[in-house]
Design a protein. Sequence first.
Length: 153
Amino acid sequence: MTATAAPDPIGDLDRLLRELLMSLQAVFVRRAEEAGITLLQATTLQVLRTPMTMGALAELLDCDASTVTSLADRLERLGLVERRLGETDRRVKILGLTPMGEALRRELDASVVRELFDLRGLSFVDVERLTASLQGIMLGPFVGEGIARARPH
């Protein structure tokens, strides 16, 4: 006689979130390549939904300032980001999306969502419920702290 395993909703949630994360990553990488940019460049566009200092971006991406400077140079040449001087400290550079960068960021978002959710038959109501649940998780004390800390005040 085989014993059935006890339900493990926390373990199931952990496994499903990790699988979703891996699926999102794979689709995001492919969509970035199709757009002609690297994964790091695409990630930077996602992070820059709100402009931030180059130092904050380096901290958030967990890389050094010279890497962010090179990254910003490439994205600026592509017309996707722009640098501006800080309002209170003109030595500080603020990096933000251009209209073209914002359009590409939105297209990346939309194409990933379409591929992962629309093609799996989720209704609009399903997506709204999932969004509300994830927003609740993201408001927790640990998740998203790095992003919140990196935003300009």
